[in-house]
Design a protein around this ligand. Sequence first.
Ligand code: GLA
Length: 383
Amino acid sequence: MQIPATLLPAFAESFGGRPRLFRAPGRVNLIGEHTDYTGGLVMPAAIDFSTWVAAGRREDRTIRAISEGFPGTLEFSLDRTPKCQGNWTDYVAGVAATLEAAGHRLRGANLLIHGEVPVGSGLSSSAAIEVATALALLKNSDLFLEPLQFALLCQRAENDFVGMRCGIMDQFISCFGRQDHALMLDCRSLTHRAVRLPAEASLVICNTMVRHELASTEYNRRREDCEAAARIIGPLRDLTLETLERRAADLPEPVRKRCRHVVTENVRVLQAAASLEESDIKAFGRYMDESHRSLRDDYEVSCRELDIMTELAGRLPGVYGSRMTGGGFGGCTISLVESGHVEDFVNQVASGYAIETGLTPKVYVCRAQDGAREVSLLECAVT
Ligand code: GLA
């Protein structure tokens, strides 16, 4: 774990003194996409990009926050409800306001935010800043919360303050991630188990470098489609493909297709987890490919760039499977690649994508990480 080199000097310059440090990771979802908000199954892993928060205690009840990557200063008193600004400060203000509203009386804090998770790339930079901020604010106030409460409060901040009706997956994995493991999470019962990732394969994330405008409106629209379906045929989590086919006439299109994705995706997650546990990486890869097709054709949240990236990946040697990851309409794909082929994969996928789209992608080879925590200066090197 390496503390970003600028963090301590920048904190000293802006606020003075020596802060405590907290970090929370972004995530990549291996399979189980657009299922969390209907109580379905997901299988994310925390990645080695984090949001860092350096925090110093204040004697008053003021929160003052600045970011190393974005302009603007957030300053408000915890005795008043902060206003939404439509920028990064909303995640910090939203978390503080949500914690206070839930009865956790906070102390004032000076916060410096440093984000490594690429913003708008579908790797959940928002959950990372929420969870890191929540951890910093609570520890700064000598308060303790169970990680599950943590994740739920951060999700509430995003739903109610930021206005994004996300599910629980991102905040949950940012809290509960485990090194070299993915989490098999049931988003209805919130029970989870860690599934070891195969040592002989690498997670390779390819950033398409596009994010289409409709991402957040279409996200909320998909949720509405699922809610409409649930009012007609009951909770999607309980739905089987047989029942869906029998009741097909009761559902208008595209709602029927949306349901087909959710139902088949939940089954795929179960099968994918079982195949990993049986060390059948090839089968796991096939479920990834199927998941992408379902997201593209039935859920309709992919886009040209994501399809190009997965198709290119699928043609390269050593690739077990490849799919879009996150909300869609741009952002990243995730591929599972045999370790010996990773270097060639990175070069070839990047050049192929550049030729087909004219865009230069970013490719990250990542390793699953532990979830959010306080970082002691003693355990870390400063880069
Ligand atoms: C976003 C949301 C998650 C989840 C995914 C799609 O990342 O924040 O809750 O719904 O999209 O799987």
